[in-house]
Design a protein around this ligand. Structure first.
Ligand code: SF4
Length: 399
């Protein structure tokens, strides 16, 4: 049985029940022996596996699923553990400040996810309306409610509901998309293909054990059917896989050619006042890295030397006069859609009353207190270089 040939799935015809049954059984048998059964938010508090139909509080699942958007499991794990120590319940999260949430998210990237979690926590509290949110029965089970929360799409919502309540909702994250596209030979990534893949994921889903089935799909994508080197020889679906049959698994699905990222140069000023404090400002809540703190600066203009860029930007954005001095560090940092080249200089504060003209707040802080503010990853490199610089200065003063 070759899935694409026999089902003519590309014409929208569903698989026959025996085919579906066979694929489910093969996948679930593989999962029993080889699946990841110890993911901490998918087991009970004592690490035992959940029984079919048994519900758990969706709080930890929800946090993990949002963290997993654009981030891999091994990266997410330590962040999730720290999160659950700091905010073990929805009630504690809803009572926290956005700053505390961002501080905990620091280093995980895509900070809008943290802002949305914080906003969603207030909305979920309105729904649950209890001092103790640990009872799974209090939580929403409808996919529409979950999808109405900011940043929750169909696959995240489906994963939360099927994991927490064992309710049959299909998923289609990056791993699942790739496995199913190879299995039935869907090469494109357009809307039409996506609709077919959703349909297929729903059709395959085992209604008797949706939690295990979805996890099995995700696991096969993460462990066997990997993007560049699928291990087809140990795949339970090998004999039925279209991409394998034509010996071209990695040709499915076709990826859009990634455009070369343009590089923009940014001048940054580390401004000291007479008390040895440093000026930092907080980005506006909306947009990239919203709510995070950073050292002030901005884009270099054509034919402008970088020291002039820093002095001009700090005048325009904070209404202060500075003199850019010693070079501290230069490095490049890539974001999902752009690459920035940062050039950082130590600056002397000449005068003015700092005002957040392009940000929401600005503050003078002692270098030893910088860790109390959430900074994006690029600024963390600057802080490291700054600490080295301060150590060197101290030694010079002592000698
Ligand atoms: S046979 Fe290979 S390409 Fe096909 S689903 Fe399995 S691992 Fe992926």
């Amino acid at each position: 049985m070759m899935i694409r040939g026999s089902s003519d799935f590309s014409l929208g015809v569903s698989l026959a029940p025996p085919q579906i049954h066979l694929l489910r059984n093969l996948l679930l048998s593989w999962f029993e022996e080889n699946g990841r059964h110890n993911i901490p938010w998918k087991v009970k508090a004592d690490s035992r596996r959940l029984n079919p139909g048994e519900a758990i509080c969706p709080y930890g699942v929800w946090i993990a699923e949002v963290m997993l958007q654009q981030t891999q499991l091994n990266v997410v794990l330590p962040f999730w553990v720290r999160w659950m120590e700091k905010f073990p319940t929805l009630n504690q999260l809803a009572d926290s400040s956005l700053q505390d949430v961002l501080l905990l998210w620091q280093g995980l990237g895509y900070y809008s996810r943290a802002r949305r979690i914080h906003e969603s926590s207030q909305r979920l509290m309105q729904f649950i309306d209890s001092d103790d949110s640990s009872d799974p029965e209090l939580w929403p089970k409808g996919i529409d409610i979950w999808m109405s929360l900011p940043g929750i799409g169909r696959t995240t919502a489906g994963s939360i509901i099927s994991t927490a309540f064992d309710i049959p909702k299909p998923v289609l994250d990056g791993n699942v998309k790739r496995v199913l596209a190879r299995l039935i030979g869907i090469s494109k990534e357009d809307k039409h293909s996506l609709a077919k893949l959703w349909h297929f994921s729903e059709e395959l889903l085992d209604l008797n054990c949706p939690r295990d089935f979805n996890q099995a799909l995700m696991d096969i994508g993460a462990l066997i059917c990997t993007p560049t080197s699928p291990n087809c020889c140990i795949c339970p679906w090998r004999d039925y896989c279209f991409a394998y049959s034509i010996k071209k698994p990695t040709s499915y699905p076709v990826k859009d050619r990634t455009k070369a990222l343009s590089v923009q140069t940014i001048g940054i000023g580390i401004v000291f006042n007479r008390e040895g404090e440093i000026l930092i400002d907080q980005r506006l809540d909306k947009g990239l890295l919203g709510g995070m703190w950073e050292f002030p600066g901005g884009k270099q203009e054509l034919d402008e030397c970088i020291k002039k860029t820093i002095e001009r930007e700090l005048k325009e954005e904070l209404a202060i006069d500075v003199q850019a001095g010693e070079h501290l560090i230069s490095f490049e940092h890539s974001y999902s859609h752009k690459k920035l080249s940062f050039i950082v200089h130590i600056c002397q504060f000449l005068g003015g009353d700092p005002q957040p003209l392009a940000s929401q707040k600005c503050l003078w802080v002692k270098p030893s207190n910088l860790h109390q503010y959430p900074f994006p990853a690029a600024n963390a490199k600057m802080i490291k270089a700054l600490n080295k610089y301060l150590d060197k200065e101290k030694k010079i003063l002592v000698n």
